[in-house]
Design a protein around this ligand. Sequence first.
Ligand code: C5P
Length: 305
Amino acid sequence: MSAPNRVVATAPGKINLSLRVGGVDERGYHALATVFQALDLTETIEARRADHLTLTVDSQVRGHVPTDSSNLVLRAAEILRAEHGVTDGAALHITKRVPIAGGMGGGSADAAAALIALNTLWGLELTAEELHDLGARLGADVPFALHGGTALGLGNGTDLTAVQAPCELTWLLCAPGGHLSTPEVFRTFDRLVADAPPPVVPSPHQEQLDALGAGDLAAIAGTLSNDLTGPALAMRPDLEELLAALSGAGALAAILSGSGPTLGALVEDETQARRIQEAVAPGAPEAEFVIAGGPVPGARIIEQD
Ligand code: C5P
């Protein structure tokens, strides 16, 4: 088949079903034991043949998306060009649906979709393992956006093992307005645990892995947890009330997604999600709600011509 002129790829946003945080390494990255789940709230990247690298964005969520070299999509393109002697450009276009700086891995999903799309557009034929390694250099959540499904993430979150999770989960996601800086949330974590440091290498949440394997929704709800909740609430005290409102309105459980500030309420089904949204929305006028499901596959090509 001749090389395509245009490739479209998608990659999923994520929620962390559990996030245990340990010690810091010399690069400032924390050891994690986390269970990721990929959600059907996806980013789309279109890559077209072009002489130069350019980036445009069509955002369906509020907030600013940089289109300069700080954008992970351009960094993904540059790393591929530098490592694989590519001299071609590409006209890249992001369609954003995952909340920006919300703890749901939207920027990482953009990078994963860009790696997949450009691998095909430029005929590089990189393996999944090579893409994983490049992804890990771009950000700790990029390998999971490539992998998808439900996975245990160890190390910095980049050492992934697929988790058997036969149960489909439905989420009411609540983006409360505003952003949280991931490095700042981790720094606040370090300050809060300074007197009683956690284990340097945290252990996976075995009870949660068992509940996922059994497909037991109530047990899964009982194990949702996130060590970054304390620091995120210290930075955004308003989130506490919103978490309580989601639980109070009938969610099976409500958690902070990643480093926040997006919250995820685990629900029985879409009808219950809508009921909870109606109950909570009047008290949170800044919040945006979206219903999402998981697990879904990782980054993949959906069109090429
Ligand atoms: O890898 P990524 O760019 O998404 O990480 C953003 C920041 O979050 C890092 O610079 C670091 O401060 C923090 N982080 C961390 N430990 C991890 C992942 C991220 O401290 N495992």
